[in-house]
Design a protein around this ligand. Structure first.
Ligand code: GTP
Ligand code: ZN
Length: 347
């Protein structure tokens, strides 16, 4: 056998082996593709509407209003209300299975029993911060909600509820409070859940959004939800009945469809939304009026407390920033240590 023939034979063998390898790789990829197709082939897009520990309730995107109980793959992170998922609908009488989770656009988080921040709702894009003449509102509390919303990337809307209680004596105070925020371009909606005023503006603020009401106890969040979505109150009862899990299910987050598009998420955990585990620079970055001044002080490590040439104090002196906002910033900063330790007490 000549050297040349040998080479040709060798080449032929190499080609053969390579071709076999390619063919094996092609078949392997085909098998993988069909596995994925099996996995996702009969899945549907949906949104988690309620959570019951080991199970979730999912609404199919293609069939609004139809909600199915599902298990979820153990490999998935903890699912929360508002999560966008892919799920296999139940084949017969059983439960469906959530197989994949879409990345969350926003996460609303709060500390769990151990003080670790855990998501409680996903994909919110609007936060309705409710206040009222009673309980007496404070701009410090509203600032806390606004900063928390800004830091979560959720657009806030202020809602002055119980407008029917605003008489001539209260009016100047409430107007001044509202002006503090309208000057910062935060929208303020005046409403009354009991007199059914301002509801159209609230509906408009909800439509097309994934929203939640937050605010102090007693400001009228439930009353507003009931005035806007009468079916929501009914749904809560029906849901606990259907799940057979009893009363405590009403303490988990629920999601309600808004007529005209959009959803409202409600739960005690969301209502207690607040500032958790942040440091002072982060607090500053949530103040939309103060944040652009960060780093503009004469001293790079300015504490903004006593140094000359502080950009925050200068902005107040020039009338570019409201003194009340800076005062609130300092008062909230003093409480941040308390927040770092979990304030959550189990119900
Ligand atoms: N006058 C007046 N009273 C209202 C209005 N909205 C709610 N209320 C009353 O305020 C009280 C508290 O209302 P809720 O809806 O329970 O308040 P909430 O914010 O849901 O309270 P939590 O469940 O503790 O968070 C109730 O007695 C309501 O009837 C309103 O627009 N005007
Ligand atoms: Zn400074």
């Amino acid at each position: 056998m000549s050297k040349r023939q040998l080479n040709r034979r060798q080449r032929w063998r190499i080609d053969k082996i390579q071709n076999e390898r390619l063919e094996r790789a092609r078949r392997r990829q085909q098998r993988l593709d069909s596995d994925v197709a099996d996995e996702l082939g009969d899945t549907e897009a949906g949104r988690v509407t309620a959570h019951y520990g080991s199970k979730v309730e999912v609404e199919a995107q293609a069939r609004p209003g139809e909600r199915l109980r599902c298990h979820f793959r153990a490999t998935l992170p903890q699912l929360v209300v508002g999560d966008l998922v892919f799920f296999q609908p139940p084949r017969s009488a059983g439960d469906g299975v959530v197989v994949a989770l879409e990345p969350r656009r926003t996460e609303l988080r709060r500390p769990d029993f151990y003080g670790n921040l855990k998501p409680v709702a996903a994909n919110l894009d609007r936060l309705l911060i409710v206040f009222a003449p009673l309980p007496v509102p404070s701009s410090q509390l509203l600032d806390r909600y606004l900063v928390a919303a800004e830091l979560s990337g959720i657009a806030p809307v202020l809602v002055l509820n119980k407008a029917d209680l605003v008489d001539d004596v209260l009016r100047p105070y409430m107007d001044e409070l509202c002006k503090l925020y309208t000057d910062l371009d935060y929208p303020v909606i005046e409403a009354s859940a009991t007199e059914a005023t301002g509801l159209d503006a609230l509906r408009a603020a909800l439509t097309g959004h994934c929203a939640a009401f937050v605010g102090q106890s007693g400001v009228g969040k439930s009353s507003l939800v009931n005035a806007l979505l009468p079916e929501a109150a009914l749904a809560i009862g029906a849901l606990s009945e259907r799940s057979g899990l009893g009363q405590h299910t009403t303490t988990t987050a629920q999601l309600f469809d808004v007529p005209g598009g959009g959803v409202l998420i409600d739960s005690p955990g969301i209502r207690e939304f607040g500032l958790w585990h942040i440091d002072e620079p982060t607090l500053l970055s949530g103040y939309t009026d103060l944040a652009p001044l960060a780093g503009r002080c004469r001293f790079r490590n300015c504490s903004h407390r006593h140094e000359p040439g502080c950009a925050l104090h200068q902005a107040v002196a020039d009338g570019r920033v409201a003194e009340e906002r800076l005062d609130n910033f300092f008062r909230i900063a003093e409480t941040l240590d308390d927040d770092t330790r979990a304030r959550y007490t189990p119900a």
